[in-house]
Design a binder for this molecule. Structure first.
Ligand code: FAD
Length: 620
């Protein structure tokens, strides 16, 4: 029964961890409570969105499965913020939650080196501070030098619907109680968080005629860089928009006393930016209405999700409030909304590899680390799987920098700052947004995926070719100039663009173009027709924002340089003005040899590093 890696959980984190480990050649065992729930959507059947789309593209660029599965099972594809700058656009897909599960289960069952078992892990086997395996409720012992915990909301999960509570990991599934106790006994810093979901209703009871239709994009863009974009034309289903009414708000308000969220029944902290409807009515009392998105869950069964109506109110209140919404007057409720409280580990207990600082060989990934969202979970799972195998081989870990990937930002935030509320990714968390775009995720990261053996060499060569063409084109644009001849000025004016008065570098000219497009570029520079669409798209973005991109790159270079600065052994942190006592104490305790090591200490901010840098330079 010996394996190299054991993964506890078949959720979004567990899937990516298991697939990465197995594909890298490690003999891997995924243990999960219900095999048919591998890849289940506990909540909204949707993948991506603002900043989350970035994560999916990065997972894909490293050789993960989420993007491919989304392309294969999506019901609707949209590019959010498409009118805004490329840094903040986000791809989102409504997925068929049934097909998504089947696809993922099938991939897991058919991946060489990966074995799947439906059992419940009750405790870890640990000897001398090192994990050795796990023991399940059937008394089976499975041994492996690396174990990844990806148990989601299941540790001590407690569901709330009105005053009724029930132990469960998710509606209808066992909670993971023994494992939770075992982890507490081991002394991990465990906290409680809360999340919630809405009711699901039967499609034949909805009056769509009074709702706004929200179709998918006419030219949908796939998530995966490996999906054939030219021929990507999935059959799409519409979503629908309706609104809460004064009556909805009255029903909810008059039942606040029955809401577990307000009665003190729920202790865990919930996601601030994804509040329940009762929370929204309480916090935004002046808002006359709230949007509700009515979204299909699956192609085969006519069941809909009410995005925006997450609730843990009692069932009679849920029914009354849903039926007070335009188009839902006759709604038949299939599943009730609920809140769930669960245990999570404070992620400052982990290294950047997601390995526990307490127990060697033990990794943690996903919602159990205090995050929320499928994408955040999958990203961590992938990194935990990769690093577990690299450690097995005695190789250097893969730690992505904040300047390389949103995944780097996510993990760095978690392990250095910790979290007291469910952490989700936002574009504002990334300092170098213009460099970390969705559209260039494969250009940034695919070389890692290829090196790890998670992506084919052929794909790596294709990406390298694209990068070379982009670099060549940008170099040409920097070193060649447009001359303001009469004909050229007339051409610019005919295109509705500003004239130039002096010789202007082509890159500056492109940066001034109001709405850069392939057509405009080729009109000005027909010789660029030799480049494929993907290269042209990158040229347009890189040229438009090149000054800002260069500035961000300089900041990154400065940061890298700063990180190599040595801190003298006798350095007196107490003499540095502007550092809080807490930071001084942490630095005195850790005595980091360089600014880089200092920056990795939990709670040491980039501003503190800047101040230290100035003082060290002054002392030299
Ligand atoms: P999960 O997908 O929860 O998977 C956990 C896996 O671990 C399961 O396969 C389970 O069987 C397995 N497992 C657990 N314990 C054991 C054990 N002892 N032995 C074997 N297997 C075990 N996210 C949002 O972004 N927005 C939301 O609004 C939102 N609402 C949510 C509402 C609810 C009610 C729930 C339950 C989740 C919600 N989520 C939401 C979170 C989203 O579902 C998770 O972020 C995501 O599924 C986490 O993935 P994961 O892989 O970490 O865990």
């Amino acid at each position: 029964m010996n394996h190299d890696v054991i993964v506890i959980g078949g959720g979004h984190a567990g899937i990516e961890a298991s697939l990465a480990a197995a594909r890298m050649g490690a003999k891997t065992l995924m243990i999960t409570i219900l095999a048919e729930q591998i890849g289940a959507s506990s909540c909204n059947p949707a993948i991506g969105g603002l900043a989350k789309g970035h994560l999916v593209k990065e997972i894909d660029a490293l050789g993960g499965e989420m993007g491919l599965c989304t392309d294969a099972t999506g019901l609707q594809f949209r590019l959010l913020n498409s009118s805004k700058g490329p840094a903040v656009r986000g791809s989102r897909a409504q997925i068929d939650m049934d097909r998504y599960r089947i696809y993922m289960r099938d991939v897991c069952l058919n991946t060489p080196n990966l074995e799947v078992k439906q059992e419940i892990v009750e405790r870890l086997i640990v000897e001398d501070g090192e994990v050795k395996g796990v023991e399940t409720q059937l008394g089976n012992r499975y041994l492996a030098p690396k174990v990844i915990i990806a148990s989601g909301t299941f540790l001590n999960g407690l569901i709330h619907i009105g005053q009724r509570t029930q132990q469960a990991g998710r509606q209808g599934e066992f909670a993971s109680v023994s494992l939770a106790e075992n982890l507490r006994e081991m002394g991990f810093e465990i906290g409680r968080l809360k999340t919630g979901t809405c009711a699901r209703i039967a499609g034949d009871s909805i009056d769509f005629s009074v709702m706004e239709e929200q179709p998918g994009d006419e030219r949908p863009i796939p998530f995966s860089f490996r999906t054939d974009r030219e021929n990507f034309n999935p059959e799409q289903m519409p979503c629908w928009v309706t609104y809460t009414t004064e009556e909805t708000h009255r029903i909810i308000e008059s039942n606040f006393h029955r809401a577990p969220l307000f009665s003190g029944q729920i202790e865990g902290v919930g996601p601030r930016y994804c509040p329940s409807i009762e929370d929204k009515i309480d916090r935004f009392r002046d808002r006359p209405r709230h949007q509700v998105f009515v979204e299909p869950q699956t192609r085969e069964a006519d069941e809909f999700y009410l995005n925006g109506l997450s609730t843990s109110l009692p069932t009679d209140v849920q029914e009354a409030m849903i039926r007070s919404i335009s188009g839902l007057e006759k709604a038949k409720i299939v599943r009730w909304g609920y809140a769930i409280e669960y245990d999570f580990i404070q992620p400052t207990e982990l290294y950047h590899t997601l390995e526990s600082k307490k127990i060697r060989g033990l990794y943690w990934a996903g919602q159990v680390n205090g995050t929320t969202g499928y994408e955040e979970a999958a990203a961590q799972g992938l990194m935990a799987g990769i690093n577990a195998v690299l450690a097995l081989r005695g190789e250097e870990p893969l730690i992505l920098g904040r300047d390389e990937a949103y995944i780097g930002v996510l993990i760095d935030d978690l392990v250095t700052k910790g979290t007291n509320e469910p952490y989700r990714m936002f574009t504002s968390r990334a300092e170098y947004r213009l460099l970390l775009r969705e559209d260039n995720a494969h250009l940034r990261l695919a070389h890692y995926g290829v090196k790890l053996g998670l992506l084919p060499e052929k794909f790596g060569k294709k990406v390298a070719g694209t990068k070379a063409q982009i670099a060549e084109a940008l170099e040409w644009l920097r070193s060649h100039y447009a001359t303001p001849t009469k004909e050229f000025i007339a051409q610019l004016e005919a295109m509705g663009e500003q004239r130039i008065n002096d010789k202007t570098a082509w890159i500056d000219l492109l940066a001034r173009i109001a709405e850069p497009s392939r057509e405009k570029l080729l009109e000005l520079l027909p010789e660029f027709a030799k480049y494929p669409d993907e290269v042209i798209e990158q040229i347009l973005v890189e040229a438009k924002y090149y000054r800002y991109i260069e500035k961000q790159q300089q900041q990154i270079d400065r940061m890298h340089e700063m990180h190599t600065v040595r801190i003298p052994e006798d350095f007196d942190y107490r003499k540095v003005q502007g550092l809080s006592n807490e930071i001084v104490e942490k630095l005195e305790k850790a005595t980091p040899p360089t600014l880089f090591e200092a920056s990795r200490i939990s709670g040491i901010t980039p501003a503190a590093i800047e101040i230290l840098h100035v003082y060290i330079k002054m002392a030299q």
